[in-house]
Design a protein around this ligand. Structure first.
Ligand code: GLC
Ligand code: MG
Length: 533
């Protein structure tokens, strides 16, 4: 392995997202838990993962499955105890991996003591911790802001005769980040977990944290289409991505930097030129503003290569890139682009420059599981039933083996398993050299072995029809990646240069070892990695 420059663990590593409700149940209640995760750490180590991000595990009424927190410094009994957490952290570190927690600073649960106090009276000292406002003269909401989960973003409080703002559910009131006490309280939460030794945070909806001081109306979205979420009717120009957010992020970063090598990741859905501002002035912002381009872009070579190049070009000096292919809010990659393209997508994710984040189960090619209407649990799905926006299908239990409930639980799983789990599971795929899991593992291993793939430079080569080609390199080694984003065969005809080398990794392992020179033909849904001579 080449070692040229020292990179930080979150630059050279691979992050894996665990959705704790669905990873592994240990007590038979049908919901995953911390002991369950502990029992599966050897699997993640085997896979080659270097950091585990766990979605919220804190006390919560579960209106939004843990993203509505009622106590930031404890563990929900459903998931275990604080002792279980300490054990999890220890076991992760023992295996030389890192643990990243979810921090949800934009909003609390409406059952959080802060909000209970805040809503108790207009002169409560915590009144200003949330965003309260009088009704307009006609009794209507202070402005037109909408909730991401449908309907108005404002909820009327009968007792104190004011509205409060909630970007998500009414059970998730937004904190007022303009209040210094709120800032201190949340920075203290960060310190609580950092003191314990947690390696960093994925910060929930970072771009929502500060809203326009004057609460101006959001403009209408001229491109709105009726199948979209009602939230898309307006452009959230005044309720998200405000300039002041960067001061807050810088404060979070400062807290993070007071510790050794911790990481701050931001969940941000914004176009590239806005996204990169979250690296901050002189990189004093978030280390990794999540880059969701591979999730949000149309799946064709032209769009992808344009966006990759735009992203590479937009990164500030010293800003480290990252790529994400799935998460608990989005349809799974297999269901979006199909099983065979999902392999191509994995090669893209794991050969682009920047830290990759994997979503649990994608390494098996798990698909979105259809959930019968009467079994839907996700509030986003329930609140806009005609729009097919439920996130449940991508949150189903991890498929471990061919025993009952795929080895996830001995009880009744909180979401159903697909009929094919006896074939699509870790145990079966581990034994099959041609499975998605074996493919992922080999690819991860290769990436982690080769500095050029791991931390090397990126250079676009060509985008031709459905073909996408680029180079990853260090001074000593160069790899050519060629991906076919269509189902049909096609040929790469390099114009200015001949690429000579040997295929060392491919979607079809049979191609490995094959020499390459001149034109390179690919099958449909094929990707190859060529070590250049
Ligand atoms: C983030 C989370 C999502 C949650 C929302 C509100 O987008 O990823 O699951 O519903 O924030 O907290
Ligand atoms: Mg359980």
């Amino acid at each position: 392995m080449e070692q040229e420059q020292k990179y930080l663990w979150w630059q050279s590593g691979i992050i894996y997202q665990v959705y704790p409700r669905s990873f592994q149940d240990s007590d038979g209640d049908g919901v995953g838990d911390l002991k369950g995760i502990i029992g599966r750490l050897d699997y993640l180590k085997w896979l080659g993962i270097t950091a585990v991000w766990v979605s919220p595990i804190f006390p919560s009424p579960m209106a939004d499955f843990g993203y509505d927190i009622s106590d930031y410094c404890d563990i929900h009994p459903l998931f275990g105890s604080i002792d279980d957490f300490d054990e999890l952290l220890q076991e992760v570190h023992k295996r030389d991996m890192k643990l990243i927690l979810d921090l949800v600073p934009n909003h609390t649960s409406n059952q959080h003591p802060w909000f209970l106090e805040s809503r108790s009276s207009r002169d409560n000292p915590k009144r200003d911790w949330y965003i309260w406002h009088n009704a307009k003269e006609d009794g209507s909401e202070p402005n037109n802001w909408l909730s991401v989960f449908g309907g108005s973003g404002w909820e009327w409080d009968e007792q104190t005769q004011q509205y409060y703002y909630h970007a998500f559910l009414k059970e998730q009131p937004d904190l007022n980040w303009r209040n210094p006490e709120v800032q201190q309280a949340m920075l203290d939460v960060m310190r609580f977990w950092l003191d314990k030794g947690v390696d960093g945070f994925r910060v929930d909806v970072m771009w929502h944290m500060i809203k326009d001081k004057n609460l101006r109306d959001n403009p209408a979205n001229p491109d709105y289409q009726s199948h979209q979420s009602t939230y898309e009717q307006l452009i959230p120009a005044f309720s998200t991505d405000q300039p002041e957010v960067h001061d807050i992020v810088a404060k979070m970063r400062k807290v993070t930097d007071a510790y050794d090598e911790r990481v701050l990741i931001g969940e941000i859905y914004l176009p590239v030129h806005r996204l990169v501002t979250y690296y901050g002035q002189d990189n004093n912002g978030t280390h990794l503003p999540f880059n969701f381009m591979l999730i949000t872009m149309d799946w064709n070579a032209r769009t992808i290569s344009t966006n990759v190049d735009e992203y590479e070009g937009a990164l500030p000096e010293g800003g480290w890139p990252n790529w994400v292919i799935g998460n608990h809010d989005q349809p799974r990659i297999t269901s979006r682009i199909g099983q065979s393209q999902a392999k191509v997508a994995a090669m893209l994710l794991l050969t682009l420059r920047g830290t990759p984040t994997l979503y649990y189960g994608d390494e098996l090619g798990m698909r979105d599981v259809p959930i019968p209407p009467d079994k839907i649990q996700d509030p986003q799905g329930l609140n806009m039933p005609d729009k097919d926006l439920s996130r449940d299908p991508a949150r189903t239990p991890m498929q471990w083996d061919n025993s009952a409930n795929a080895g996830f639980t001995s009880g009744e799983p909180w979401l159903p398993l697909p009929g094919n789990y006896k074939r699509v599971n870790v145990e079966v795929q581990k034994e099959d050299a041609y499975s998605m899991l074996s493919y992922y593992r080999r690819l991860i291993t290769l990436r982690q072995q080769e500095a050029a793939l791991n931390v090397g430079d990126y250079a676009p080569v060509i985008t031709d029809g459905p073909l996408l080609a680029y180079i990853r390199k260090t001074e000593r080694k160069q790899f050519l990646v060629v991906l076919n984003l269509s189902h049909k065969p096609c040929t790469l005809k390099p114009k200015h240069q001949t690429y000579k080398g040997k295929i060392i990794f491919a979607t079809d392992p049979e191609r490995e070892g094959e020499p390459v020179a001149g034109n390179i033909s690919l099958y449909g849904d094929e990707g190859i990695l060529v070590e250049l001579a």
